[in-house]
Design a protein around this ligand. Structure first.
Ligand code: ADP
Ligand code: ADP
Length: 230
């Protein structure tokens, strides 16, 4: 069952930079696909076509069977969680309020929101009683990024986009979050797209790996297939 499909997609920016050229691939529902490759090869651009932060110049992106151009952008973005390297928590809001952002936009009632916030804090290994009412600045980088992941998952998105989510963390914390996130992956049925420039992280996190090289998708397959056809 295909959740996301790129069919001959090209993105050329207004300054004529060709960010990706004629890319095609399919992502099965509930799997994690990792985009890996050096800086500037089009990974982030590919992600931004999925939540329509950008539109393709040529080709078609399909989301759950529909041409993405025909979907409402606001609905689409509420259906898609987004985690970036630079965390991007709202510093004037508590941890709990940060996580509640999208459920509130969706109009969930307060007790459902409260339950969900606590459930996610537990999932991310942050004691709700200790962390719910703290402000992000009081937390370590690793804890803040856990809150970022919790916020992105809060309203049960169908798709989660993660752009170098652990890239700003020290190596030990990064490994800790990778391991935690692997466990979380097993408990959710979200379709995940994950960007990294670290091939080891890609092999560890991905059901499938898409290897990019300057605007082209040069290889696509499971970690096993990638390792056997380097
Ligand atoms: P990444 O961390 O994914 O490599 P970059 O540092 O390349 O991202 O880009 C950061 C931001 O600047 C992004 O929003 C990207 O769209 C934008 N950007 C990158 N390159 C250019 C460019 N040549 N002209 C205009 N904007 C750019
Ligand atoms: P990656 O995520 O792999 O680092 P990007 O998708 O950010 O790659 O960028 C791919 C290419 O497109 C790079 O050459 C980058 O400078 C360029 N680019 C990215 N965003 C923009 C933008 N908004 N305007 C112009 N060029 C951009």
């Amino acid at each position: 069952d295909t959740m996301i499909k790129f069919d001959g997609v090209t993105k050329i920016y207004s300054d004529q930079t060709v960010a990706i050229e004629d890319i095609s691939f399919k992502v099965e529902r509930g799997t994690t696909t990792v985009f890996v490759g050096p800086s500037g090869c089009g990974k982030t651009t590919t992600m931004t076509l999925v939540n329509r932060m950008q539109d393709p110049t040529e080709g078609t992106v399909y989301y759950d069977g529909a041409d993405i151009q025909e979907l409402d952008k606001v609905d689409l973005r509420r259906d898609i969680g987004y985690v970036i390297q630079e965390i991007g928590l709202f510093n004037h809001m508590t941890v709990g309020e940060n996580i509640a952002t999208v459920p509130e936009l969706k109009g969930w009632n307060q007790s459902r929101i409260d339950d969900r916030v606590d459930e996610l804090l537990e999932l991310m290994d942050l004691k709700p009683g200790t962390y719910r009412d703290q402000y992000p600045n009081a937390l370590s980088g690793g804890q803040q990024q856990r809150v970022g992941v919790a916020r992105a998952l809060a309203a049960d998105p169908d798709v989660l986009l993660m752009d170098e989510p652990f890239g700003a963390l020290d190596p030990l914390t990064r490994e800790e979050l990778q391991d935690e996130f692997l466990e979380i992956q097993e408990r959710i049925d979200t379709t995940i797209l994950f960007v990294t420039h670290d091939i080891n992280e890609a092999l560890k996190m991905g059901d499938n790996i898409a290897i990019f090289d300057v605007g082209e998708l040069v290889q696509y397959g499971s970690p096993k297939e990638i390792l056997h056809n380097p």
